[in-house]
Each structure stands twice: as C-alpha cells, then as structure tokens.
Design a protein around this ligand. Structure first.
Ligand code: NAD
Length: 475
C-alpha cells in the first residue's frame, strides 16, 4: 500500500472550488466575489445541559453566510458529525440556493453536535430550548434577522420548541411566529412544508427529463415514468423524493440504502410498504422481495438511471465515483458529491442535478410559511370561495348552453377553489421549473461552462452581485 495519503478538500473548500469555477465565467470584480464567498458571522457556542444526574457540555453553531438580504435563512442540523466547516459550507450553499430560486433571504445554517438517538424526547427538548436561548442572546434569531428551519436530525417538533422559547423571551411580538419555519401545521406551520424538499426533488428531476434533446444525449427516453431510481437515506427528503417520484411520476425504485444496509429489487420497491416495514421492524433489511447487498455502500454501484443521495455530504468521492453506473445523480442531500468526484463523473458523462437547485423546495416553502406568518392569514382564505363560485357559474352556463350535465365527481373537480396546499404546490412547481430553465439557458450559452452546477452558481452569483450593487456597497 502507498504510504502517501491524498488530502481531500473539506466540505466548505469543495463548495468554494465550485464557486471559483463559476466565478471564472463572470465579470464580477474580485473584491465582490471575496465578499460573497466569505461567511459574514460565525457563532460557535458551548452550553451545559443537565442529562440525568450529570451536566453535559454541548457544542453548537450558527453561521450567517451572507447579509445581502435579510433575514438570513437555513436549517438546524442535529448530528454527532456537526463541525464548524460543515456548518459554514451549508450556510454558503443556502445563500446560493436562495438567490437561485428567488427567495429573498441571505444564507445561514445551524448545527448542534449531538446524536439525537442517544437522548430522550425531554432531553432533546431541553437541548433545543437552550440552543434557542443562546441564539436569542446574541440576536441570531428573529423574523427579520435569522430564521431557522429543519435539517438532518430535526423536524417540526424541534421547530415548535424553538418558536415557544422565542415567544417566552419576546412576549407580545406580533410577528414572532415568523422566527422559525417548518413548524407543525397546527402551530403556525404551512400545509406542504414537510414534503416540500422531496416534492421539489421530483419536480426538478421531471423538468430535467422533459427536454428530449438532453435525454437523447444521455441515451435515455424523455420523462420520469419507468426510470429506475436508487435512494440513499429514508429520512424526510429521501422518503418523500422516492414516494412522490413513484406515485406521481411512475418511477421504479430499485434500491434503497439506510444506516442498517442496502436493499435491491429489480421489479421495484413499494415506498409506502417499505416505510411501514421499517417503522414496524426498525430496519429495511428483510423487506419482502428484496435482496440485501453485501455492503451498505454498494448503493453507489447499482445499475440504474437515477441515483438519489438524500442523506449527508461527501458520499460520492474520488474513491467510489468510478463505480457509478447511473446516468443522472440527483443531489437531494447537500454536498453528496465532492467537487473532485464531480470531475471524474463529468468525464464519464454522468449528469449531476446540483443540490443548490434540486433541494431548494424546502426553503421555497419555508419562504411561503414565513410570508403566511407575517400576513397572519392562511393562503387561499380570500380567494377560495370566489374561485369556487365563479367556476360553478361557468360550469352551470356550459350545462345550460349545451344541454349536457357533468357528473357530480367532475363538477367537484372543475369547480374546486384553491386551498393552501394547492397554492403551495403550485408555487413550488413554478419555482422549480423556472429555476431549472434559467440554469439550462446559461449552461447552453457557452460550451466552456463545465456542468449544470457551474451554471447554477453563475445564475446565483449574478443575482447576489446585483443585490450588492443595488445596496450601494459595490457601486
Ligand atoms: P433526516 O434526518 O430526516 O434523514 C436522513 C436519513 O439518512 C436518516 O434516516 C439517516 O438514518 C440516513 N442516513 C444517514 N447516514 C446514512 C448513510 N451513510 N447511508 C444511508 N443512510 C444514511 O434528514 P433530511 O432532513 O432528510 O436531510 C437529508 C439531507 O437533505 C441533508 O443533506 C440535508 O441538509 C438536506 N436537506 C434537507 C432539507 C429539509 O427540508 N429537511 C432541505 C434541503 C436539504
């Protein structure tokens, strides 16, 4: 074995390498590029929490990458792997993601270095509330300052604790509910936030596959129907990406990987049944009709059309990129393919749908939730009945003029006024379609643009630099 060890880029260095590749295609002055790239504020904290009879010192972070728009926005991660570099990389990605999908926020991210599985619900509540108190003390949370959301290891439950803690310290603040998004629907949340990232992943893959020429170049037929998919990570993002791609896109899920191992089934794995099986048995292994692959990491080498890494960063590296047989990698997670691995994949002709675009559905619907909280009214409240009455009149007129009457079921469909969930899905779909088309247009402009990620960065940098110029900071 060779004595020499290759030094790999850290996650933040990998994001910055991608940034630099895109910056080289722009005319943005170096000083402005430096300002965009740097993390504006890094808050590294440690606080004691009493667990059982002992005090534990918990390490945590909140990073605000860019203040070109306020509030800053980004999820909170609970994981024993959390570190400063990771949170900085994730915060930077949030700035580029928000710019790309026209969500008017700066980027931020939070991380608490704990393994949530090792704590009871009460202990997690204590840790979350204490972390929130630290954020309040340093002005790192607030509807107009910095607005957290769920990420790896957290969900609506933690967001409800954050809101409650914030309200205790900000009694009477009328917009307090907008201090955090991803809240439970009955606690100032929005319909459709839980599924939003996975649904956005589906819309993004579908939009890529809607272009005949691009599919042909990959040796594929257009459309998502019948395409084989492998998913890594059955958490929030992975489970909804798989379920919606299967139910609404007719994709065939042939492989799934989780902490306990990887399963494969050529005929397809029913996502709803698999999720129930894992809930009942605590594992995906042994799912009827599936084969367990020898190693958990074998998911990368499964022969399929689309690989969907939906767990963590640095999963596809220079070590395993050569094994990939898929033609598309759909980055549902943040940073699953390292910048250096992407070089290898590009040479192999593999298309990467980049994280900053593909998983932007979460922050898009978080933006809708924030707007809902600030307007103090659910979407659809004003117009639903009006639409329903207009459509009913239209159908009745049609029936009178033609002498034909539509059945009750058709009438219900035709006269349905938009509910909150309809509007949220419509806004999300529109966002994902428009953002992909902007990336594609830039990518097609110059053959020297390396890939869709570089094109996505170019679109984001153009918008962020425009904001700085408008602010008068870089005239
Ligand atoms: P989650 O905690 O709900 O789920 C992650 C799942 O991945 C867990 O079930 C975990 O067991 C599994 N996992 C971890 N390591 C694994 C491994 N080595 N092999 C196989 N499975 C593994 O987290 P999530 O919210 O779904 O986030 C997943 C990714 O998506 C993260 O990169 C996150 O930053 C990104 N993301 C999340 C959101 C969101 O709205 N939650 C939005 C945008 C991006």
């Amino acid at each position: 074995m060779s004595e020499t060890t290759t030094k790999h880029l850290s996650f933040f260095e990998s994001v910055n390498r991608n940034f630099d590749m895109a910056a080289a295609h722009t005319n943005i002055p170096k000083g402005l590029l430096d300002q965009i790239k740097i993390c504006n504020a890094v808050y590294e904290m440690a606080f004691p929490v009493k667990i059982g009879d002992e005090y534990q010192v918990i390490e945590a972070f909140r990073v605000q990458h860019s203040h070109h728009r306020l509030p800053t926005k980004g999820g909170i991660r609970f994981s024993h792997l959390v570190n400063r570099d990771e949170v900085m990389a994730l915060a930077a990605l949030m700035s580029y993601k928000c710019a790309l999908v026209d969500v008017p926020f700066g980027g931020a991210k939070g991380g608490v270095k704990i393994s949530p599985r090792k704590y009871t619900e009460q202990e997690l509540e204590k840790i979350t509330r204490r972390y929130t108190t630290e954020l309040i003390r340093k002005n790192f949370i607030g509807p107009g300052l910095d607005v957290p959301a769920p990420d790896y290891g957290t969900g609506s439950r933690e967001m409800a604790w954050i809101l409650d803690t914030y309200q205790v310290f900000n009694h009477g603040e009328i917009d307090a509910a907008a201090c955090v998004t991803g809240k439970p629907e009955n606690q100032n949340g929005i319909n459709g936030r839980t599924e939003a990232t996975g649904r956005g992943v589906f819309y993004g893959i579908r939009q890529f596959l809607s272009y005949n020429d691009d599919c042909k170049a990959l040796g594929m037929s257009p459309g998502i129907a019948g395409k084989t998919m492998v998913i890594q990570g059955l958490g929030n993002v992975g489970s909804y990406s798989g379920t919606i791609s299967q139910d609404e896109g007719d994709a065939l899920i042939v492989g799934v990987s989780e902490i306990e191992g990887t399963i494969y089934c050529q005929k397809g794995i029913d996502m709803a049944k698999l999720l129930k099986y894992r809930k009942d048995n605590g594992s995906i292994l042994g799912f009827p009709g599936s084969t367990t692959l020898p190693e958990r990491t074998d998911w990368v080498a499964i022969d399929c059309d689309i690989l969907v890494p939906a767990a963590l960063e640095n999963q596809i590296t220079t070590e395993n990129a050569g094994k990939i047989k898929a033609r598309i990698i759909a980055e549902a997670a943040n940073g699953p393919v390292t910048s250096e691995a992407a070089d290898i994949l590009r040479k192999k002709g593999v298309v990467i749908l980049p994280d900053m675009y593909l998983n932007a559905g979460g922050v898009t619907v978080s933006y809708f939730e924030w707007l809902k909280n600030l307007s103090h009214m659910r979407f659809g409240r004003m117009e639903k009945r009006y639409q329903q009455n207009s459509l009913t009149n239209l159908v009745s007129t049609f029936e009178r003029l033609t002498g034909h009457s539509v059945g009750m079921k058709e009438r219900d469909i035709l006269t349905h006024g938009a509910d909150e969930i309809d509007l949220v899905r419509s806004g999300l779909e529109d966002t994902m379609v428009n953002a992909y088309d902007q990336i594609r247009e830039v990518y097609k402009q110059k053959s020297s643009i390396e890939d869709l990620r570089t094109a996505a960065f170019i679109v984001a940098l153009d918008k962020i630099s425009g904001d700085y110029v408008r602010l008068g900071i870089f005239p």
